[in-house]
Design a protein around this ligand. Structure first.
Ligand SMILES: Cc1cc2nc3c(=O)[nH]c(=O)nc-3n(C[C@H](O)[C@H](O)[C@H](O)COP(=O)(O)OP(=O)(O)OC[C@H]3O[C@@H](n4cnc5c(N)ncnc54)[C@H](O)[C@@H]3O)c2cc1C
Length: 465
């Protein structure tokens, strides 16, 4: 049997730390900055080496909304210098081919995940957070129905760290989430089945000449990829592109192909492989569903991908992770001030996150069901007829609100002739989208209202998550 040791530094403290965070990705590091700045004792445990924390195979696009909030609330500067390989100012949706497209001005960043992540890690450390690298969390410590710490593995064997609050920021794997005993889950299923997962493969390629996608990111809904999957072409500087594909995990790849085969089949006709060298290959899985119905437990919270905080349509998770780290940090501070680390004490995080970005993700999930039903061909029809306009896209991505006025409705119905079936389906979807928005914004103020809220959600929206 392995001996359990206490970390030499941490064992100086009575309760080790106020907050132990599993994972130093965007969600974990921002939670740490928020809590450490308030003067509480916080540690980030990450299985990676210190100088690799923050690195991730990613499309590297980061919407400006979350960095703007981080800057205002925490004084965190926007990505800059080597963290920002290229400016970005427009987003294109294309369907079937790059010819059927809609481009909108949406300010965002392409970030170098390692450099940006390392800077945030340093800011957490400067604020007083302890970084425990090479520490693989294996288990949680539960006493009297309350999570009170973690067991982690490093070169010394198995160690323990005790904390008043544990934050699961471990990404898709949700290492803490998976360990939570059933009696602490309020009947909620905390699993991410293949139907709610996309697999991804991407390469960073260097071309001989400046590419055609300067300051642009393109999401392409392709005939050969079932929605919610898509192909992407993102700028990564004048000569570099970050290109990839996502594929719904519950749908087998056709004819025993690999995702890499599909990637080449779709992207090679658009960007000739003879014209570039591959700088990096990678991939991963992304959860695509609205957040779990509750993200707090006695003694614990779920942030970032561990809580499924990813936009289900675009699979954008970096910004929501930063935001959820900040919001969980604020709730942890509140709980520490009043000395209540139970579900009650941490509940404000649920309310805050469901209002935004939870409501946006719930709306996006409803829209995604529509996209699935019309498929890439339906989307191409919409784009060709300009039923979705640049103005609509800007409204959705910049303000995160969308007002469907009567004039807009009439114009769109006329544009849809003769495919009124698309419009009828769209009408129903819009009702659901609007309802999802209201429902998540009226998330209960206290745990007592949760069961009723979940019953309404399952009945009115969908019960498949
Ligand atoms: C190929 C790909 C492309 C993507 N493209 C985009 C994009 O362009 N834009 C966008 O916004 N989002 C994108 N995403 C999603 C985005 O990368 C994630 O949503 C975001 O990084 C999630 O942040 P996080 O903090 O929740 O988790 P992560 O960034 O995954 O960080 C989790 C951390 O936890 C650590 N950890 C895990 N298990 C343990 C353990 N047992 N013990 C200790 N530490 C542990 C890991 O080492 C890691 O450092 C993409 C994802 C993939 C896979």
């Amino acid at each position: 049997m392995q001996k359990i040791k206490k970390n030499a530094f941490l064992s100086q403290f009575m309760n080790d730390v106020d907050v132990a965070i599993v994972g130093g990705g965007p969600s974990g590091v921002v939670a740490a900055i928020t809590i450490a700045k308030a003067g509480y004792k916080v540690a980030i445990l990450d299985k990676k080496q210190r100088n690799k924390i923050g690195n991730k195979s990613c499309g590297d696009a980061l919407d400006k909304v979350a960095p703007e909030i981080m800057k205002k609330e925490l004084g965190i500067e926007f990505p800059h210098g080597k963290e920002l390989p290229t400016p970005l100012d427009h987003l294109t949706f294309a369907s079937l081919s790059l010819k059927n497209k809609l481009t909108a001005h949406t300010p965002a960043f392409i970030v170098h995940r390692l450099h940006y992540g390392q800077r945030l890690l340093k800011e957490a450390e400067q604020a007083g957070a302890e970084i425990i690298a090479n520490a693989k969390v294996r288990d949680i410590i539960v006493e009297n129905n309350q999570i009170v710490g973690l067991k982690y593995y490093n070169e010394n064997g198995i160690n323990e760290i005790r904390a008043k609050i544990v934050i699961d920021a471990s990404g898709f794997v949700g290492v803490v989430r998976k360990m939570i005993p059933d009696q602490m889950k309020n009947g909620i299923v905390y699993e991410v089945p293949p139907e709610h997962t996309v697999a991804t493969y991407r390469e960073i390629i260097r071309l001989e000449k400046p590419h055609d996608f300067q300051k642009e990111i393109v999401l392409l809904y392709h005939e050969k990829i079932p929605i919610p999957g898509y192909a992407w072409i993102f700028t990564d500087g004048e000569y570099q592109l970050n290109i990839g594909v996502t594929w719904p995990k519950h749908i087998p790849y056709p004819q025993n192909k690999s995702l890499k085969d599909i990637y080449h089949e779709i992207l090679d006709p658009m960007i000739d492989p003879a014209s570039y060298t591959v700088k990096h290959k990678g991939g991963g899985q992304i959860p695509i569903r609205p957040p779990f119905d509750s993200l707090v437990f006695n003694g614990a919270m779920l942030v970032g991908e561990a809580g499924c905080l990813v936009d289900p349509t675009t699979a954008e998770g970096h910004g929501p992770s930063l935001l959820s780290g900040y919001k969980a940090g604020k709730a942890a501070i509140k709980a520490l001030e009043i000395g209540d680390f139970t579900v009650n004490g941490l509940w404000s995080y649920n309310k805050d996150i469901m209002t935004y970005p939870g409501s946006t993700h719930a709306m996006s999930y409803q829209a995604l069901q529509y996209l699935k039903s019309v498929g890439p061909k339906g989307m191409a029809f919409f784009l060709k007829r300009k039923i979705v306009s640049e103005e609509d896209l800007i409204e959705i991505f910049r303000t995160r609100e969308f007002e469907f006025t009567l004039a807009r409705k009439i114009r769109k119905v006329l544009q849809a002739f003769p495919r009124f079936d698309y419009m009828l389906k769209l009408k129903k979807t819009i009702q659901k989208v609007e309802y999802a928005d209201q429902l998540y914004k009226s998330y209960p103020e206290t745990p007592d209202g949760l069961q009723k809220w979940m019953d309404i959600r399952k009945k009115t929206l969908t019960d498949d998550y």
